[in-house]
Write a protein that binds this ligand. Structure first.
Ligand code: GLN
Length: 495
């Protein structure tokens, strides 16, 4: 497909906008038109407001004109349409978490990331589909229908941020935001041939994000290139007094930092964890990842095997910690304060039971039940406390490996996109799909997925690179040094 406005990267579009070759309104029109054309097949969005987006674009053009007149600096995201996962608040827009519980809810305020994107001049474009309350790996748990993988409409886009990944892959948004609790940015990015970055825990404020598991959740970007992901990350990073877990740390200029690292000719030491290449890894995925590792060797990187021995407990520990936290976080949906309220309740307790029974889907209920169980007295020590100890061991494994290497390279997902319905009836099979991504959240590390090839059947494959805490610049630099050597990202889906 020839490059049209809607499938160009931010780096190119921001230059075109700056030179006046295109206006924000024209860009928004191109994206909206594309969306109208392919959205019936892809179903990436829960809601769209084209009129509002065009008004935002017109305002952006006016700001740019004013900045030009005054000589003020213009952010690279000025006028760029960015899709937002439907768990992140945008004032005045629907916020559903893809749940019947919030089917008619409208955000009363902006999330901090939304405020920051708006301040950069980006256009908040649509609310993107996900697994209900971000619980899942396929977007099949949405109450509003499944999103299709743009590379094969019979297959899932991954999840939970399936809409965020599919929209960027399909040209329905230039970049997007997702959230990642156990892989929800990286895994769908891998399955849809785009870049997805989960920042270090504490890098980005979660104020205005509907909480799933608060000790794991992070917001991060989906984009068409590592540079674009760095640009969006730069716009949304930083301390926020409204989220006490966001760290008081200077936000680096990620792109400049990457360029400096490139100039310095730094040779990276990369670790390959032997536990990530065992049983369950699809051979085509394994081969593509090995080929990417070979590219790194050609680049002069030192590649060595490392061990993350507690990997085998990661899925188990995650599904205790995440469910425990979600059972607590989702207690607020009580049918009284906000969200779905049952119409035929007889008393207060009945209202609580019926509203939750009607509002939540089966996966959310399963997790609340599991989480309540592992936290109940008598089981707390046996499950929750032990899982927390395992979590510490997993983090130590990573920190131990980082004594020898700068970054760790693995597959993002053990398989390429699977067929709709293939794993839906088997929660355990679905949970095992997170095996390579979950440890990163448990350890609070930054992780990125970048395109690294296709299967014989044309399905995208992702490479995961895991960085050291708060070393996003180095992580991005490692990712870009591989990205520069291939053209995977320009293989667009035919829709
Ligand atoms: N697939 C994982 C889960 O179902 C991760 C989801 C996420 O990161 N939000 O919990």
């Amino acid at each position: 497909m020839p490059q049209e406005l809607f499938n160009k990267p931010v780096t190119e579009l921001s230059g075109m906008l700056a030179r006046g070759e295109v206006s924000a309104v024209e860009l928004m029109r191109s994206v909206a038109e594309r969306t109208r054309k392919v959205e019936p097949k892809v179903h990436a969005f829960n809601s769209l407001d084209e009129e509002d987006a065009l008004a935002q674009a017109a305002a952006s053009d006016a700001r740019r004109a004013a900045a030009k007149a005054s000589g003020a600096e213009v952010h690279a995201l000025e006028g760029i349409p960015i899709g937002i996962k439907d768990v992140i608040s945008v004032a005045g827009q629907p916020l559903t978490a893809s749940s019947r519980m919030l089917a008619t809810f409208v955000s009363p305020y902006d999330a901090t990331v939304t405020t920051k994107l708006k301040a950069a001049g980006a256009i908040c474009w649509g609310r993107l589909n996900l697994d209900e309350f971000a619980m899942g790996s396929s977007t099949e748990n949405s109450a509003f229908g499944v999103t299709s993988n743009p590379y094969d409409l019979e297959r899932v886009p991954g999840g939970s941020s399936g809409g965020s990944a599919a929209s960027v892959a399909a040209g329905e948004a230039i970049a997007s935001l997702g959230s990642d609790t156990g892989g929800s940015i990286r895994q769908p990015a891998a399955l849809c041939n785009i870049v997805g970055l989960k920042p270090s825990y504490g890098r980005v404020s979660r104020y205005g994000l509907i909480a799933f598991a608060s000790s794991l959740d992070q917001i991060g970007p989906f984009a068409r290139s590592v540079d674009d992901a760095a640009t969006v990350l730069g716009a949304i990073s930083g301390h926020d007094r409204r989220d006490s877990t966001s760290l008081r740390m200077e936000v680096p200029d990620y792109r400049r930092g990457m360029d400096e690292l490139r100039k310095s000719g730094r040779k990276w030491r990369l670790g390959i964890p032997k536990e990530y290449f065992g049983e369950g890894l699809d051979p085509e995925v394994g081969a593509a990842v090995q080929a990417a590792i070979a590219e790194y060797t050609k680049l002069g990187c030192e590649v060595r095997e490392v061990s993350l021995p507690h990997t085998k407990y990661a899925v188990g520990a995650y599904y205790i910690i995440a469910t425990a936290e979600c059972s607590s976080n989702l207690a607020r949906f009580d049918g009284v304060r906000y969200g779905h309220r049952s119409k035929d309740a007889t008393d207060a307790l009945d209202l609580y039971f019926k509203s939750r029974a009607e509002g939540f889907g089966p996966e959310v209920k399963r997790r609340i039940i599991l989480g309540t169980y592992v936290l109940s007295s008598g089981y707390y020590d046996a499950y929750y406390l032990r899982a927390q100890k395992v979590r510490t061991l997993i983090r130590r494994d990573f920190l131990e490996a980082y004594k020898q290497v700068d970054a760790i390279v693995t597959p993002t997902s053990p398989t390429p996109a699977f067929r709709k319905g293939e794993k839906a009836a088997n929660p355990l099979a679905m949970y095992l799909n997170d095996i390579y991504t979950i440890g990163v959240n448990l350890a609070g590390l930054p992780g990125i997925s970048i395109p690294c090839g296709f299967t014989g059947g044309g399905l995208p494959i992702g490479l995961q690179i895991i960085g050291q805490p708060f070393k996003e610049t180095e992580l991005l630099a490692v990712a870009r040094s591989y990205e520069e050597r291939n053209d995977w990202r320009n293989r667009f889906p035919t829709l």
